[in-house]
Ligand binder design. Structure first.
Ligand SMILES: Nc1ncnc2c1ncn2[C@@H]1O[C@H](COP(=O)(O)OP(=O)(O)OP(=O)(O)O)[C@@H](O)[C@H]1O
Ligand SMILES: [Mg+2]
Length: 354
């Protein structure tokens, strides 16, 4: 990630293989990714749409011992049903009308590496049965062939549906489920990740600012506020799209709330729009640090443990900084009263879950 123009030198978001993980639940996810990468067992990644399941699967591969071998993502839900078998397992010449040449399937292509089976809950019965066979016997047979081909492939699967329910309702084979659900990584929805909206916003602003060669340098507090109040059913993907559009449309140095679609702004107080996060070039590092600490506390609803985790410092270090910046009355450690009026203002309306 390039240097962040919004908060120069102040924070380094916890970034792992392109995954920004600032909240405690996401840090736990990073830990699980590292554990999964150090072994070769099947992994099942679950989580709502847009929570980053594809990023996690790729990270496990890229950090594991198969990293220099193929990584093959597969979404059978997006394939024509009559072609799934030939896509996955390959075919011989003339196996069906249109099979002009023999072709290796995705499993063969992934040999030595990893296959990422996305949206597994949409897989039809027939594909489930043949997949089970491959996983059990580690051999594939091309359509129209009698020859068994050995494949050494690590399997990572993902679903945004409740897979346990699909098994209960017999829509998904239980035996296949047990083969896939060996090590499970669940991605929490964005609305359950404290502080994540603020820092992901900064990350995407920097990213799209650089791609579109814009000059966005600040995100007003009012913008953060309406972004934090929205429940993000489409999770990080939805936030990313909203920021992409906002940066693209931005005229000046600020990402003002009017650049955020009305459906997301709805519910945010109208007077909040005038508050601007006062960070700009030319400020001292001390002043920037103070503003940034205030902003982080605002994003955690005043929770100092969470804020310290986001800032990458100990709670003690945060207290010391709060004291130094006059943001904490000495005899009032740990209470909201101890914070300056400014922070109280900033935390107003911040939902506790964010
Ligand atoms: N923690 C994160 N940090 C940075 N970018 C993220 C993060 N999580 C998700 N994204 C981005 O959000 C978008 C959606 O992520 P991804 O495609 O992995 O979601 P998904 O869980 O596979 O969703 P679906 O179930 O709809 O397929 C991608 O552009 C991805 O780069
Ligand atoms: Mg996906």
């Amino acid at each position: 990630m390039r240097k962040n123009d919004l908060h120069p030198d102040i924070y380094v978001p916890v970034e792992f293989e392109g995954i920004i993980a600032v909240s405690l639940p996401m840090r736990a996810v990073i830990q699980q990714i590292m554990e999964a990468a150090s072994s070769d067992i099947p992994v099942l990644v679950t989580g709502e749409t847009g929570t980053g399941k594809e990023l996690v699967a790729a990270a496990i591969h890229n950090r594991g011992k198969r990293k220099n071998k193929p990584y093959v993502p597969v979404n059978t839900g997006a394939m024509a049903p009559e072609l799934i078998a030939s896509e996955l397992f390959g075919h011989e010449k003339g196996a069906y009308t249109g099979a002009l040449d023999a072709r290796a399937g995705l499993f063969e292509q992934a040999h030595g590496g990893t296959i990422f089976l996305d949206e597994i809950s949409t897989m039809d019965d027939k594909t489930q049965a043949s997949l089970l066979r491959v996983l059990e016997e580690k051999i594939v047979r091309r359509v129209g062939s009698v020859k068994d081909i050995h494949v050494d492939v690590r399997v990572i699967a993902a679903t945004n549906e409740n897979i346990d329910e699909a098994v209960e309702q017999k829509r998904f084979r239980e035996d296949l489920y047990y083969r896939l659900d060996v090590f499970r990584i669940h991605l929490p929805p964005l609305r359950a990740r404290p502080g994540a909206v603020t820092l992901l916003t900064d990350h995407f602003v920097s990213y799209f600012d650089s791609i579109y060669k814009k000059n966005v340098r600040a995100v007003p507090l009012g913008t953060y506020r309406c972004l934090r109040r929205y429940p993000w059913p489409g999770n990080v993907r939805e936030l990313k799209n909203v920021i992409q559009r906002a940066v693209l449309m931005a005229k000046g140095e600020e990402l003002t709330p009017d650049l955020i679609p009305a459906r997301i702004r709805e519910g945010a107080g109208s007077n909040s729009d005038s508050q601007v996060l006062p960070i700009h070039l030319g400020m001292t590092l001390q002043a920037v640090e103070k503003e940034f600490i205030q902003m982080t506390l605002a994003s955690t609803g005043g929770n100092k443990k969470e804020a310290a985790a986001i800032l990458g410092i100990s709670r003690r270090a945060l207290y010391n900084k709060l004291k130094r910046h006059g943001l904490l009355k000495e005899k009032n450690h740990g209470t909201k009263r101890g914070l300056s009026g400014k922070i109280r203002g900033a935390t107003e309306g911040v939902e506790s879950k964010d």
